[in-house]
Design a protein around this ligand. Sequence first.
Ligand SMILES: CC(C)(COP(=O)(O)OP(=O)(O)OC[C@H]1O[C@@H](n2cnc3c(N)ncnc32)[C@H](O)[C@@H]1OP(=O)(O)O)[C@@H](O)C(=O)NCCC(=O)NCCS
Length: 165
Amino acid sequence: MRGQDIEPVAHRYCFPQRSLEERVATWKRTYAEQEEGIRTVALLDQSGEILGYGSLLRRSEYFRDIPEVHDLWIDEGHRGQGLGSRLIGWLEELAVREGYTAIGIGVGLYRDYGEAQKLYFRLGYCPDGTGITYKNTSVTPGESYPVDDDLILWLRKALASSSAR
Ligand SMILES: CC(C)(COP(=O)(O)OP(=O)(O)OC[C@H]1O[C@@H](n2cnc3c(N)ncnc32)[C@H](O)[C@@H]1OP(=O)(O)O)[C@@H](O)C(=O)NCCC(=O)NCCS
């Protein structure tokens, strides 16, 4: 991602629940994190049209030892064509180049995340064995939690230099 991408990506991905100003501010923060080395943002650009995005987050709030594939989104009209897989593959390759031997990802539990759940399992991501978290803290059996974007199953994948290509 380059600084000049902030405006176009914020315009393209201006979801109804957020104003354009909020989106620009969010993408400015995301770009600043890239400048600080916290993440690398990959944009899928087809002849100037941004078809999706995703990050390699080096300072995950959940994973302590490995980077996280974070904030992944493919334009609704371009899904099911392999773009999400390619984007994840690119981020995995970047992690391998940086010397990481594993990578993680978190996925929500409700229906909107169904495609992502299937895709991550197909790409070799497996549950990390700690169950699910709510707001990054392990849930307690018997307690109630809202089924929202903060209820997450965490997955890991071992990276071999050949598997990332
Ligand atoms: C999850 C998401 C990123 C996947 O992106 P995508 O570009 O559709 O992913 P792909 O095309 O690589 O793979 C999706 C499916 O299409 C299939 N596919 C890939 N290329 C294909 C092709 N050329 N023809 C037909 N099907 C194809 C894949 O096999 C996969 O199927 P499977 O999951 O049943 O195995 C996308 O659905 C999305 O942005 N969802 C909303 C946001 C979201 O959930 N983000 C993740 C948060 S954790």
